[in-house]
Design a protein around this ligand. Structure first.
Ligand SMILES: C[S@@+](CC[C@H](N)C(=O)[O-])C[C@H]1O[C@@H](n2cnc3c(N)ncnc32)[C@H](O)[C@@H]1O
Length: 306
């Protein structure tokens, strides 16, 4: 028998993120249950369906020693499969072949309609939303999705968000990698190499970031060279960089939620957003998302040191 690959990732912030998504999935399915829509749960960075995590167990008040134990918890795919009112379709994509195999094994455990794709999430999402039944199909109008974008780093292209916005039928939960983005932005713009430059342009979907974050200042040469070399220095702090990202999202989505900050050891690593571009449902979506953001934002700050 083949052993399942272990997918070890995350911490207390991961459970907050997954709880927030699960709450929204329940809200969404309840809200749409009496409509004629076909609902999809689309998980583009699906992992294996499980999460191996080290958990502190024990209770000093009951004289049980504190110890670190490894637990297998449900990941996003499994949680979505287990909600009370299941989606009509589940669509998972994952880049690593061993994780795709684990998802295929998971499929055997459920009766649901589950499609699994291997490859880059951006490409696979493009294929899904440009093919029937999402496009060129008599039932295209019926399709509705919650899309979860849960990358480790800067893997989601702005073009992918734009494509999802243009469907007008997908609510998108996006784990924006705030810390990774800030780390690419060196103090001097000369410190950003071509690869970093390209990934920043890809995540923001424009080249304006450089002008917004950096200021060119002449630096006085010394007595001997007497040349003046202009140097471009980063003026924007983390909050200004994150708010530029938010501005970019607002250019393509009518609704951009306040982000749930996900902190690790007190530092803001990620921001979890919900976006939507579905004018008919915007009030309902705002209500559901607002409830989730309000519920999990304080928990996220409280638990950030665990
Ligand atoms: C944070 S994990 C996702 C965890 C998952 N949502 C869960 O809760 O179990 C990110 C996953 O994305 C996969 N991945 C990384 N880059 C990818 C890409 N460009 N396209 C698709 N999957 C990718 C990784 O192999 C990893 O399994």
């Amino acid at each position: 028998m083949q052993t399942k690959p272990k997918h070890t990732f995350g911490g207390s912030w991961t459970e907050i993120k997954l709880d927030a998504i699960s709450d929204y999935l329940n809200f969404y399915q309840n809200a749409l249950k009496n409509h004629k829509f076909e609902t999809w749960y689309v998980d583009a960075f699906a992992g294996t369906g499980e999460r191996h995590a080290k958990i502190l167990k024990g209770d000093i008040f009951q004289a049980a020693p504190l110890e670190e134990v490894e637990e297998v918890l449900a990941g996003s795919a499994k949680r979505a499969l287990e909600i009370n009112l299941p989606f009509a379709h589940y669509w998972f994509s994952e880049q690593r072949p061993s994780r795709v195999k684990a998802l295929e094994a998971l499929r055997e455990e459920y009766d649901s309609d589950i499609v699994i794709c291997q490859g880059d999430a951006n490409e696979q999402l493009n294929k899904l939303f440009s093919s029937p039944p999402w496009a060129s199909h008599r039932n295209s109008w019926k399709q509705r999705a919650v899309v979860f974008l849960d990358p480790y780093g800067m893997s989601v292209g702005f073009d992918t968000l734009k494509m999802l916005a243009e469907t007008k039928r997908a609510d998108v939960w996006y784990l924006f990698p705030r810390k990774a983005v800030i780390q690419q932005l060196a103090n001097k713009s000369s410190g950003i190499d071509a690869d970093k430059r390209a990934s920043l342009t890809r995540i923001f979907g424009c080249e304006d970031w450089e002008e917004r974050f950096y200021l060119t200042q002449p630096i006085q040469g010394n007595l001997f060279t007497d040349s003046i070399t202009p140097e471009s220095l980063r003026m924007a702090n983390g909050d200004q960089i994150a708010s530029f990202a938010r501005e970019r999202f607002r250019e393509i989505f009518d609704f951009v939620s306040d982000p749930i900050p996900l902190l690790i050891k007190g530092h803001e690593f990620f921001e979890l957003y919900c976006f939507s571009n579905n004018p008919a449902a915007i009030r309902l979506i705002k209500r559901g998302v607002g409830h989730v953001v309000k519920k999990y934002t304080p928990a996220s700050r409280r638990k950030s040191f665990l």
